[in-house]
Every structure is written in C-alpha cells, then in structure tokens.
Design a protein around this ligand. Structure first.
Ligand code: 2AM
Length: 188
C-alpha cells in the first residue's frame, strides 16, 4: 500500500452512484460465475473522473474550490460492457461514452492542472472497477444495460485501508456541457 504523509490526502473526483444503482450493479456482479479475483465492496463502486493522488491541504483546498466552477449537464451513463485491464482489473463500462461525461472529465482534468497537478497522459477511460487481482481470462458477460443517473459529481478521499469518504458533492447544473463558470465559490 502506498504510504502517505500525515498531512496529505489521496483525492479523486468521481461519479458516486445512488444506493439503488450500486446495489443493482453489485447484485449482477455477485452473480458472475467463475471470476477468480477480489471483488470491490458494493459500497465502494464508483467511476473515477479525475485522479489527483496524494495532495497537501493547500492543494486539497484548491481542488475543492475550483470544482465549484465546473458546470455541465446531467446525463445517463449506461453500463453495458465489461473489460479487463492488464493489471487484473475487471471493470464495467459503456459502449458509448456520453459527451457530457467526456466534457466533465475534461473540465476536472483542467481543475487538477489549475491546482498544479500534472495531467495524466493516458486517455480518459470511464470504468467502474468490479474486481481486482483477477486471475485467468474467463469470459465475462456484459451487464444488462445498467443505468446510472449522473446529476452530480464528488470529491472523494481514498483512506488507506479504510475505504472511501465523499468529502463534497457538486451538482451538474445543466447550464452547458463542459463550461466553466466565471464566479468562484468558497470551500465548504
Ligand atoms: P482503478 O479502480 O482503475 O484502480 C481510487 O483509487 C480511484 O482512483 C479508483 O477508481 C482508481 O482506479 C483510481 N486511481 C488510482 N490510481 C490512479 C491513477 N494513478 N490514475 C488514475 N486513476 C487512479
């Protein structure tokens, strides 16, 4: 596990599903036969939009404040496919990335950059991690088109060995995809 200084926090922006949405995905996932790996607890299922990593309090404050300026439109995310990353990570994703999702990820990458975090050179690959440390390559069926309603995004703290804590939630206000408003807001 990655070591952190006492004063840093491992932060990321994410879509955080409703309890009903996560239960539905977990139910389908838990019914999969023959996957040899470590399942992600249902309460931890999420989709990362932008990963900040370990940041000090000033950067955390910056991220929380700059994210207030992000607008965007609510959208439906259809989880209708699975895939396996080389590091043994089995995920659920989408056949067609909604434009507002790509725009939101793009805006949050800009928020990270504004706060001094180097951009991730890899393209945004929206996914919900279902299993880690998967061994073998048994075929996994696609999920039965589960829909997540995205009308907000969250700043999340990944606590080593203690799961995730949503620090703050930001509404998708519906006044334009991917636009950053000009007004600033205080950190709550
Ligand atoms: P993963 O599920 O694909 O591992 C908290 O760790 C969240 O941030 C997870 O969704 C994780 O994605 C993601 N994450 C962890 N390290 C990352 C990195 N270096 N770059 C991008 N996302 C990362």
């Amino acid at each position: 596990m990655e070591q952190t200084d006492d004063h840093t926090k491992r932060l990321f922006f994410a879509l955080w599903p409703s309890d009903e949405e996560r239960r539905a995905l977990a139910r389908w996932r838990d019914g999969l036969a023959g996957v040899r790996g470590r399942s992600v607890p249902a309460g931890n299922l999420h989709l990362t939009l932008a990963f900040a990593g370990n940041v000090d309090p000033a950067v955390a404050e910056c991220l929380a404040a700059r994210a207030e300026r992000v607008r965007g439109v609510p959208f439906n995310l259809v989880l209708d496919r699975t895939g396996l990353f080389r590091r043994g990570l089995l995920w659920a994703g989408t056949q067609a990335c909604p434009e507002p999702l790509a725009a939101l990820a793009n805006d949050l990458a800009a928020v990270l950059a504004d706060c001094g975090i180097a951009p991730d050179p890899r393209p945004f690959h929206p996914h919900v991690t279902l299993f880690r440390n998967v061994r073998g390559r048994a075929p996994v069926p696609d999920p039965p088109a589960q829909v997540w309603r995205a009308d907000r995004f969250c700043l999340v703290h990944s606590r080593p060995g203690a799961g995730y804590a949503v620090l703050k939630s930001y509404p998708l206000c519906g006044d334009g995809p991917g636009s950053l408003s000009e007004h600033s807001a205080s950190v709550k």
